[in-house]
Design a protein around this ligand. Structure first.
Ligand code: NI
Length: 171
């Protein structure tokens, strides 16, 4: 397994539309496993392939707490089959927007269809934090960041901060 570098915004690689995987083969499985490991090392609860510079529709999620058993979910080609009318407001962060947080409104519950690590089709019902996390990661596959859901003023503030931090780091 390998620890992958996580791309920090603003970066054009975070704005791409990722492509469906044709089949979950060894290469896709390796990507899923590397992404999970990289996410755990970075203390994240979700990661999408474009965040590590890969343009395939793959996401990983694990919302278990440090004291709990790990509960990793690997998804290829995730698709929302249903979303609730009820919306929820949850604070979101992102490994590609380090130390930036904002409340985002999204459907509170979802049903998602995806291919698992064996290439089997699965359906999952999720609510609350898991639903939020899956929707956040799926957004990445279409080049959407959580800051795209908040006011443009707040978004610009956050992106400007990150740009500055990047310049300082390379100066
Ligand atoms: Ni993210």
């Amino acid at each position: 397994m390998a620890i992958l570098d996580i791309i920090v915004a603003p970066d054009p690689r975070l704005k791409i539309t990722a492509k469906a995987v044709k089949a979950v083969d060894d290469d896709v499985r390796a990507l899923m496993d590397d992404m999970l490991e990289s996410m755990h090392v970075a203390n994240g609860i979700g990661l999408a392939a474009p965040q590590v510079g890969d343009s395939r529709r793959v996401i990983v999620v694990d919302i278990s707490r440090a004291e709990e058993e790990p509960d990793p979910i690997r998804m290829a080609n995730p698709e929302l089959l249903w979303v609730s009318d009820e919306e929820g407001n949850h604070e979101e962060g992102c490994l590609s927007l380090p130390e930036q947080y904002a409340e985002v409104e999204r459907p509170e519950s979802i049903r998602v269809r995806y291919l698992d690590r064996s290439g089997e089709e699965q359906e999952l019902d999720a609510t609350g934090m898991l639903a939020t996390c899956i929707q956040h990661e799926m957004d990445h596959l279409d080049g959407i960041l959580f800051v795209d859901h908040i006011s443009s003023l707040k978004r610009k503030m956050i992106l400007r901060k990150l740009s500055k931090a990047k310049k300082m780091a390379t100066a």
